[in-house]
Design a protein around this ligand. Structure first.
Ligand SMILES: NC(=O)c1ccc[n+]([C@@H]2O[C@H](COP(=O)([O-])OP(=O)(O)OC[C@H]3O[C@@H](n4cnc5c(N)ncnc54)[C@H](OP(=O)(O)O)[C@@H]3O)[C@@H](O)[C@H]2O)c1
Length: 336
């Protein structure tokens, strides 16, 4: 496709039940033209995360009401192709809310500059929303202390694999909950998790108990549902439950109600169960990114990136992610 047209992935239908590739359609629109103070951006790489399914479900209030006929939302790393603003020049790298399209126009004030690092796609992963979510959710909300047992669900996903490593860097024992033994073994062997438990195993609750002989001090909840229910009963007194997301209840039109034990267990064990949105910490992003880059350069933090090639494959990549097909951050590579 020549660059006189803009390839876009539109939301064709709001999902009924599980998300399907046919809920999206790939189209071609006219190239957008930047006005005064605006910048034309060429998308390089888009991050896909489970939370975007909540947006299509209408359960992410910050994303507004879901609708059809629009470009699927999402954040991307992009290269400035034309600039009508003093603050950006052609060739600069930026983070922008491009959505799933090859080209987009933004007010210069809505862009975040991305440094020219080895792979700028890190800005939709470890140095982007999900990395920042792992960092602030664990450290500011979970408040881990050396010697604690930290459990994280969706542990091999984008947020989860970073939560576990950051928790290890703070002297805790880390147990990852994931949906396959192969993923769990990689968490232990490659990232230094202390143990893993497979939530698909019939004996999941007993296995979680065995993996946490001293109970759980911090549970970082990416899933909600039965996994949250199981973790609640293993929490130690004064433990902290970090409510980050509810991926087990996104890909459905009939989400299950919350778990048993709330609020009774919270009272008796004096637990703190706290939700958060990463945007709450926007004023501290630069400091967190610098810290995480330092850990990466020192070989103490590994970012897994799981790539899909081409915008037209983004819908299949999203459906597959919700079925557990990803390891680390799923990135759609649009162009280099
Ligand atoms: N609070 C915030 O500001 C904020 C910001 C960003 C993201 N989030 C949330 O963080 C969570 C993780 O996002 P992410 O982008 O890291 O996820 P992700 O990489 O997209 O991972 C999705 C993973 O979730 C697991 N999963 C899917 N269905 C499941 C089910 N029914 N039960 C248990 N696990 C299931 C699968 O792993 P397995 O194969 O291991 O099951 C899948 O690979 C999401 O809930 C998201 O909404 C919150």
């Amino acid at each position: 496709m020549a660059d006189t047209e803009n390839t876009q992935v539109l939301v064709r239908a709001l999902p009924e039940g599980q998300l399907r590739v046919t809920d999206f359609e790939v189209t071609h629109a006219a190239m957008p033209v930047p006005g005064d103070g605006e910048v034309l951006c060429q998308t390089l790489a888009i991050g896909i995360g489970a939370g975007q399914r909540a947006g299509l479900q209408g359960s992410a209030s910050y994303a507004g009401a879901p609708t059809t006929g629009i470009v699927m939302g999402g954040q991307a790393v992009a290269r400035v192709a034309r600039s009508n603003a003093d603050t950006f020049a052609v060739g600069d790298l930026v983070l922008c809310a491009s959505g799933w399209q090859a080209w987009s126009v933004h007010k210069a004030t809505a862009l975040t500059r991305v440094p020219d690092i080895d792979d700028p796609a890190a800005y939709v992963g470890v140095l982007g929303t999900n990395g920042l979510t792992a960092y602030f959710g664990l450290l500011a909300v979970g408040e881990p202390r050396a010697g604690d047992t930290v459990v994280v669900s969706a542990a091999a996903g984008s947020v989860g694999h970073l939560v576990g490593q950051i928790a290890r860097l703070h002297g805790t024992r880390v147990v990852g909950i994931t949906g396959s033994d192969a993923k769990g073994r990689r968490l232990v062997e490659e990232l230094g998790f202390d143990a893993f438990v497979n939530h698909r195993d019939a004996g999941f609750r007993a296995a979680l108990k065995a993996a946490c002989p001293a109970g759980i001090d911090v549970y970082f909840d990416n899933t909600g549902g039965d996994i949250l229910g199981a973790a609640l009963f293993r929490m130690n007194e004064f433990g902290r439950i970090v409510c980050c997301g509810v991926v087990s209840q996104y890909d459905t039109s009939s989400p299950a109600p919350g778990p048993k034990g709330v609020p009774g267990l919270l009272v008796n064990k004096r637990l703190r169960m706290q939700g958060f949105l990463v945007f709450d910490y926007a004023g501290r992003y630069a400091q967190a990114r610098a810290t995480m880059r330092g850990w990466m350069q020192a070989g103490r933090l590994t970012a897994w990136q799981d790539e899909v090639m081409g915008l037209e494959n983004a819908p299949a990549g999203f459906v597959d992610l919700l079925a557990g097909g990803n390891v680390g951050t799923r990135v759609v590579r649009v162009t280099r």
